[in-house]
Design a binder for this molecule. Structure first.
Ligand code: BGC
Length: 778
C-alpha cells in the first residue's frame, strides 16, 4: 500500500475527562490516528482532524481528507477471471476538495508547529459543544512569537456548512501578518493495498474541473465526477481584515489577506465553507445555493454557528447521554462513541452510515449490515427521526435490490446488496459479500424494531411492509424442503466471515425464520386493517394469494442446526466437523488471521472472526433458554478471534446475560475504547461505527439486560463490580424512560409520556404520568 503509516502510534491514553478529548502536543507518532479521532462531521460532511496550516510531518503520518456521505465515484471492478452476475461496478466515497487551509505568515516565515518552538499547545474537542478548538503559543526560528487560537465547527443544523476561525496575536513584534485561505481541489483517494479494509481500486483524480469562481473573498470549484456523473460545488467565503486578494494555481484557489500586525493586537480570519452536489439539487442551483448559504453564515458569524451547535448537542445529550458512575475512562469512551455516531449518520433518506462514518476511507464509505444490526437501535431509542431516515434509505434502494435479485436468478423479491453506497452491490469478493443473504433479514429485523418502538403504521403502510415482504420472498427463492422435510438454506455466508458458503448457517436460518413469520403477520394485518394498502402493495409486487402462507410454512419447517451431543446450536451443517484452529501455535502477530492466511485455510477450520450463533442469541433472545445460551457462548467463545470489531460487544452482552460478569466487563471495555485506544491498530483509517454503537448496546442490552424481541420491553439489570452505578434513557412509543442502576437497586422513571409497561427480571411494571417512578431494590 502506498501510504501505510511509517510510524506506529502508541496506544492512546487521553486524560479521562468525561466530556472532552484533549491533545497536549502535535506528535508525528499519533497524528494519523488523531486525524480520525478529531475528525468532525454532521452525517454529511466529514473533515479529518488536520490543522488549518496543514501538516509537515514525515511521510505516512497523515492522510488528510474531506468526505461527503454518499457522494461517490464509480469504477468498473476488474476481475482477472470473471463469472456471471459478479458485482460489476464499485462505488467509493470521494475525497473532495480540501477547504480547511488557513496558512499564517509572519513576514516571510510560515507558521508550522513542527518548526521553531511550541511554547504552549492544547487541542480539544468538547463533546457538549461540538467545536474543535486549539490554543498555542509558538516562536518562529527567527524568534517571532505568536499566540494562535482556532475553532472549527461542522454544523449539525445545516448539512452543507462548516466554518473555521483563526485568531493570531503577535506577542513580541509588530510587522506584517498574512493569512492565506486555500481551497485545494488537487486531492486523491487512497489507493488500495494488501489490506482489504483500506483504500479503493482507483488511480488518478476522480473529479474533473468544470469551472472556478473567485470574487470578493468567495471562491468556488465546480467539478464533475468522471463516471458517476455528479457535479460538486465546493465553496469558501473568507471574512478577514483588510483586502482579500484572490489567486489561482490550477486546482488551488487562494484568498489572502495581509494586515499590519501590532504587538498584542489579535487578528482574526473566519472561513465559511460549503459543499453542495447534484445528488441533492439541480446542477444550476449549486453555485447560487453555495453563495447564499455562505453569505448567510457570514452574516450570522462564527459565534452564532457555535451557539446553534451547542443547542443541538444539548438536545442530543438530554436524550442520549449514558452516565457511568465510577469509571471516567469508560465514561469518556462511551460519550466519544455516541458523539461520533451522531457525526456519522446520514439523515436525509438518501444516505446511510458507512462502516467508518465520514472519518476516513476505510471500507470506501460503504454501508453494510452494521447499520441495521448494530447502529440502528442506538438511534431508534435515542433519536428516532434518524432511525426512520436510515430506513428511508433502504426504501430508496428497493428498486436496485429488485434488480439485484433478478441478476441473482430470483424471479421474485428483492435482495439488498452486502455493501454499497447508492444501492448497487459493490462487493467484489462474493464469498464474504453477496453470499451474506442475511442482510435481507437484518433489514427486516430493524423494520420490526422500528414499528414495535414507534407504532408508526403510516410508514409501515407506505414503505415498511413492502420492503419486508419483497425481501422475505428471497428465502423461498434460495431455500427448499430437503428429504427430511426441513426448510434448508444452502450456500450462504453468515455473519462470521471466517466461514463461507455453507449450508444452513444458524444465524441466517433463524433470522430468515423470524423474517418470514413477520412478513406473513404483516401481510395478514395489512389485509384486515388496511385492505386498500394491501391491494396496492400486492399488485405492485405481483403477490400471489398463497405466498404469505408459503412463508409461514417455510418458517415452521426451518432447519435450525443443533448438536444433541454437545447441546449447542451448530453454526452451520459442517462447522462442527471441521478441525479446530490451532490457536496455541498461532503467534500473536498473525492476527487478524485475514491478513496472514489464504481464506480457504481459514474456512477449513473451526475459527470465527466474529459473533455468529452468539449474535442470534441476542437478537432472538426469547427463543432460547439460559442454559442453551451459556453452552453456545462457551463453545463459540473458545473458537472466536474477535478479529472483526463487531464481535466483542455482542460477546459482552451475552456474557452479561449468562452470568459471566467479568467477561462482560472485559469485552465491554474492549469495545468502549476501541478507537480511543486504537486497539485494532487501524483507527487511523476511520472510526469503527458498529463497535461504537456496540458500546451503547453493551450498556442498555448488556448490563441493563434490555430486550424487545417478541414485542415486549424487558430489563434485567446487573451492576458491574467496578461501577457505582449507571443510567441511560430510551424513547419508546412516545415515552422517554430513564433507567438508573445502582447498588441499592434499579430506579425507573417515566420522564415523558402517558404510560409504559415493561418487566424487570420478569416482574411486570407499569409507569404512568401520575406514577412516573418505580424502584426495585437489588
Ligand atoms: C466484518 C463485517 C462488517 C464489515 C464492515 C468486516 O470486517 O466482518 O461483518 O460488516 O467489516 O464493518
Amino acid at each position: 500500500m502506498s501510504e501505510e503509516p511509517v510510524i506506529q502510534p502508541p496506544k492512546q491514553r487521553f486524560a479521562p475527562d468525561p466530556w472532552c478529548l484533549r491533545e497536549t502536543a502535535p506528535d508525528p507518532a499519533t497524528h494519523f490516528l488523531h486525524e480520525t479521532l478529531f475528525a468532525l462531521g454532521n452525517g454529511y460532511i466529514g473533515v479529518r482532524g488536520t490543522a488549518e496550516e496543514g501538516w509537515s510531518g514525515p511521510a505516512g503520518t497523515s492522510r488528510d481528507g474531506t468526505y461527503l456521505n454518499g457522494f461517490y465515484e464509480s469504477e468498473p471492478i476488474h476481475y482477472p477471471e470473471t463469472a456471471y452476475a459478479l458485482a460489476k461496478t464499485n462505488q467509493f466515497m470521494l475525497n473532495v476538495p480540501n477547504a480547511k487551509g488557513l496558512a499564517i505568515w509572519l513576514d516571510e516565515e510560515r507558521f508550522d508547529p513542527l518548526q521553531g518552538t511550541l511554547d504552549a499547545y492544547e487541542r480539544s474537542l468538547d463533546l457538549r459543544r461540538g467545536v474543535l478548538e486549539r490554543s498555542l503559543r509558538w516562536t518562529s526560528p527567527s524568534g517571532k512569537s505568536i499566540a494562535v487560537h482556532s475553532r472549527r465547527v461542522v454544523c449539525f443544523d445545516n448539512k452543507h456548512l462548516l466554518a473555521l476561525e483563526i485568531t493570531v496575536t503577535p506577542l513580541n513584534f509588530s510587522g506584517t501578518l498574512r493569512i492565506v485561505a486555500t481551497l485545494d481541489g488537487a486531492v486523491r483517494n487512497l489507493e488500495a493495498g494488501d489490506d482489504p479494509r483500506v483504500g479503493s481500486a482507483v488511480s488518478g483524480a476522480s473529479l474533473e474541473l468544470l469551472s472556478a469562481e473567485q470574487e470578493d473573498g468567495f471562491s468556488a470549484l465546480v467539478q464533475r465526477t468522471r463516471n458517476s456523473g455528479f457535479t460538486l460545488v465546493s465553496a469558501t467565503l473568507v471574512d478577514a481584515p483588510g483586502t482579500v486578494r484572490c489567486s489561482r494555481a490550477a486546482l488551488r484557489l487562494e484568498d489572502a489577506c495581509e494586515v499590519p500586525a501590532v504587538q498584542g493586537q489579535p487578528v482574526r480570519a473566519t472561513k465559511y465553507v460549503s459543499y453542495h452536489t447534484s445528488r441533492d439539487y439541480p446542477e444550476s442551483e449549486l453555485l447560487p445555493r453555495s453563495r447564499a448559504l455562505l453569505d448567510a453564515a457570514r452574516r450570522d458569524g462564527f459565534d452564532a454557528l457555535a451557539a446553534r451547535q451547542a443547542d443541538y448537542l444539548a438536545d442530543f445529550w438530554r436524550q442520549a447521554d449514558v452516565e457511568i458512575d465510577g469509571d471516567d475512562l469508560l465514561q469518556q469512551g462511551i460519550r466519544f462513541n455516541q458523539y461520533h455516531l451522531l457525526q456519522s449518520a446520514g439523515r436525509d433518506g438518501k444516505t446511510n452510515i458507512s462502516a467508518k462514518g465520514v472519518t476516513g476511507e476505510g471500507y470506501e464509505g460503504h454501508y453494510f449490515w452494521d447499520t441495521e444490526i448494530y447502529i440502528f437501535p442506538f438511534f431508534l431509542y435515542n433519536k428516532p427521526e434518524i432511525a426512520r431516515a436510515l430506513l428511508e434509505y433502504r426504501w430508496a434502494g428497493l428498486e436496485a435490490a429488485r434488480r439485484r435479485a433478478r441478476q441473482m436468478s430470483h424471479p421474485k423479491g428483492a435482495l439488498y446488496p452486502w455493501r454499497t453506497i447508492a444501492g448497487e452491490e459493490c462487493s467484489a469478493y462474493f464469498p464474504a459479500g453477496t453470499a451474506q443473504y442475511h442482510i435481507n433479514a437484518d433489514i427486516a429485523y430493524s423494520i420490526r424494531q422500528y414499528l414495535d418502538a414507534t407504532g408508526d403504521d403510516d410508514w409501515m403502510r407506505a414503505h415498511g411492509a413492502e420492503i419486508v415482504m419483497e425481501t422475505a420472498r428471497i428465502w423461498l427463492g434460495i431455500g427448499s424442503i430437503d428429504r427430511h422435510g426441513r426448510f434448508v438454506i444452502n450456500e450462504v455466508t453468515g455473519p462470521d466471515e471466517y466461514t463461507a458458503l455453507v449450508n444452513n448457517n444458524y444465524y441466517t436460518n433463524a433470522m430468515a425464520q423470524a423474517h418470514l413469520e413477520f412478513a406473513a403477520a404483516l401481510a395478514a394485518r395489512l389485509a384486515t386493517e388496511f385492505p386498500a394498502d394491501f391491494s396496492r402493495i400486492a399488485s405492485a409486487m405481483a403477490l400471489e394469494a398463497g405466498e404469505p402462507e408459503a412463508w409461514r410454512s417455510a418458517a415452521a419447517k426451518m432447519h435450525l442446526p443443533y448438536d444433541e451431543a454437545l447441546g449447542i446450536h451448530e453454526q452451520d451443517d459442517s462447522f462442527l466437523s471441521k478441525k479446530r484452529w490451532d490457536f496455541d501455535s498461532t503467534p500473536a502477530e498473525n492476527y487478524p488471521l485475514l491478513l496472514h492466511y489464504h481464506p480457504m485455510v481459514i474456512y477449513r477450520h473451526q475459527v470465527c472472526k466474529q459473533a455468529d450463533v452468539v449474535l442470534a442469541l441476542l437478537l432472538l433472545s426469547s427463543r432460547f433458554g439460559l442454559d442453551d445460551k451459556r453452552r453456545d457462548f462457551d463453545y463459540y467463545e473458545a473458537v472466536t478471534t474477535h478479529d472483526s470489531s463487531l464481535s466483542s460487544c455482542i460477546f459482552s452482552i451475552v456474557a452479561a446475560e449468562v452470568g459471566y460478569a467479568d467477561k462482560a466487563y472485559d469485552y465491554f471495555m474492549e469495545t468502549a475504547r476501541m478507537d480511543l485506544d486504537d486497539t485494532h491498530g487501524n483507527t487511523c483509517h476511520g472510526v469503527h461505527t458498529a463497535a461504537m454503537a456496540g458500546t451503547w448496546l453493551g450498556v442498555a442490552q448488556g448490563f441493563g439486560g434490555m430486550r424487545t424481541d417478541g414485542g415486549t420491553l424487558r430489563f434485567a439489570p446487573t451492576l458491574p463490580a467496578r461501577w457505582r452505578g449507571y443510567r441511560f434513557r430510551i424513547h419508546l412509543r412516545g415515552c422517554l424512560l430513564e433507567v438508573g442502576v445502582a447498588a441499592a437497586g434499579t430506579r425507573y422513571r417515566l420522564v415523558q409520556g402517558d404510560a409504559l409497561h415493561f418487566s424487570h427480571h420478569g416482574k411486570a411494571i407499569t409507569l404512568t404520568a401520575a406514577q412516573p417512578e418505580h424502584m426495585e431494590a437489588a
